[in-house]
Write a protein that binds this ligand. Structure first.
Ligand code: UN1
Length: 510
């Protein structure tokens, strides 16, 4: 099957991407890179990557835009984001196709991803009228004390291939209403989805006569990400990706005492207790483990099953796994598309091999698919592995549809297994037993940033704060009060009395 290149819907052919100038496109002066779809091996086009000179130019124009943008009242900024949300509404279908073709997730999931962009725009619009600070009662008479939130300035956004547009939007849209200008470094594996976003936004920027440097793109590899992180002009670096990358970014930003917001790896588990409703649990597990071909940071990687129901759960899971349709993500009937590239396939193979060396038993899967439909070499079969919980490979996050099946005897033991990994992003329990559910949600329960009951580990709504603890990096993006990370807090005390009383009752008489 040869797919029509979805780029054509955006008239973003390769010459456009490499030679166009101005805010419509991208002006890298570095080497050209060919971008190949994992769906069918077709070439999406070529992009020129950025040099450090390009980065400096982008920062210069962002600085100019920043002054103009900060001066706009927040609700006016919100109105621009409202228009951006509408532009994404108009392009939901097309952009979904492009995401699926460029990175391989199913169309349903790609449309869900664009919906996430639209949702965060709506959230940010409301937020633009709710950037509240507190007021405090001063201990001094006729003094007013309060806090207010100011824009930071320039926000650098480093995003990963698995959510090529949504995670950028979480950061960019909140950042914009907060009064910041953004510089986005998307994954070098998915530059066309990023270019399409710039293209979609373009008409809004033009209609509103906004400066060129308001929403910027910089395409490049890790070196550009590192240059962005170390640049003191960038007030906040929000980075999503591997823990290895996050540690480098964190150190580089900390070295200049800058601000960073990290959303890194997960090693998410679901606990299945004897009181679980398996009608809910099985589809949630399968979606969590095979959705986005196991390449979400929230993907379910470990299943912690009570020993009494283990045989039943395993049987149901194997039956469900045999029903998964694998193939082009542009075919709406398929559940699961390819992995991002052949390197990811190697990591899938290697993890399964290591699991087998560590007393793991493959129950289904462990196959790289071949044949015409799969000729890109990136399609694999989702895999279930029965393995002891302490096996070292279980502690690793492998970005692939591999689910480790572990057993437990008591809820305390299940929670201990759940928490013993280095990562702390998402977690879930399936139970209809209130005590089990509440224990899991209590401070003695899950140590993750996200804890769900009777819902899988992936597919969070934008309204909550998204992120996790430990090696997941500690940052929170998206909803709730995550916006505070994109602003600076100022505590103000104003004296309207005729005296100068000092705090803490200190006397200082001249
Ligand atoms: C990610 O994988 O980096 O909760 C983000 C989810 C999505 C976002 C995942 N809403 O699975």
């Amino acid at each position: 099957m040869k797919t029509v290149n979805p780029l054509h819907r955006f008239s973003l052919r390769s010459p456009y991407a490499s030679v166009s100038t101005g805010r419509k496109g991208w002006r890298g002066e570095g080497d050209s890179r060919a971008i190949v779809s994992p769906v069918d091996g077709g070439k999406l086009g070529e992009v020129k990557v950025a040099t450090s000179i390009d980065l400096n130019k982008v920062i210069q124009s962002a600085r100019i835009a920043s002054k103009i943008w900060m001066d706009k009242p927040a609700p006016e900024r919100g109105d621009i984001v409202r228009q951006i949300g509408n532009a994404f509404r108009n392009h939901k279908e097309d952009l979904g196709y492009l995401i699926s073709y460029e990175m391989g997730k199913s169309l349903q999931e790609s449309w869900g991803e664009v919906q996430e962009v639209i949702d965060i725009c709506d959230f940010a619009v409301g937020l633009s009228r709710q950037l509240y600070g507190l007021t405090m009662h001063s201990e001094r008479a006729d003094h007013r004390m309060y806090e207010q939130w100011h824009p930071l300035g320039l926000v650098g956004i480093i995003s990963a291939f698995n959510f090529p547009v949504a995670v950028w939007a979480w950061n960019a849209m909140i950042s914009l209403v907060c009064g910041n200008v953004c510089i986005w470094k998307p994954s070098e594996k998915t530059p066309f989805s990023a270019l399409a976003c710039q293209h979609i936004i373009q008409e809004v920027l033009e209609d509103n006569d906004l400066p060129e440097g308001l929403i910027n793109l910089i395409i490049g590899d890790r070196r550009i990400g590192a240059a962005l992180a170390s640049n003191p002009a960038i007030d906040l670096i929000s980075a999503t990706g591997s823990t290895v990358m996050g540690k480098q970014v964190a150190q580089s930003v900390a070295a200049r005492l800058g601000k960073s917001l990290l959303e890194l790896g997960g090693n998410n588990a679901i606990i299945i207790t004897p009181d679980a409703d398996l009608q809910l649990a099985i589809p949630a597990i399968v979606f969590g483990a095979v959705g986005t071909s196991g390449q979400r940071c929230t993907s379910t990687r470990r299943l912690i099953i009570h020993k009494d129901i283990y045989p039943t759960v395993v049987e149901k899971l194997i039956t469900a796994y045999h029903q998964i349709k694998i193939g082009s993500p542009l075919d709406i009937n398929n559940h699961m598309g390819p992995l991002i590239d052949v390197h990811a396939v190697e990591k899938y193979k290697s993890a399964i091999h290591q699991a087998q060396l560590q007393k793991g038993k493959v129950l289904t899967g462990n196959e790289v698919l071949s044949g015409h439909e799969y000729h890109s070499g990136c399609y694999v079969r989702p895999t279930l592995i029965q393995i002891p919980s302490h096996a070292p490979i279980v502690q690793e996050e492998t970005f692939a549809p591999i689910l480790y099946l572990l057993t437990y005897h008591s809820l305390e033991e299940a929670i201990e297994i759940q928490n013993e990994v280095k990562q702390g992003l998402s977690s879930a329990i399936f139970t209809l037993n209130m005590r089990e559910a509440e224990t899991f949600l209590s401070h003695r329960g899950s140590d993750c940033g996200i804890a769900n009951v009777n819902i899988g580990t992936s597919g969070a709504e934008i309204g909550g704060a998204f992120g996790g603890e430990k090696e997941t990096g500690g940052g929170r993006e998206s909803g709730s009060d995550s916006w505070k990370a994109y602003m600076r807090r100022q505590t103000c005390t104003s004296n309207w009395s005729k005296k100068l009383p000092l705090a803490q009752g200190i006397k200082f008489n001249l």
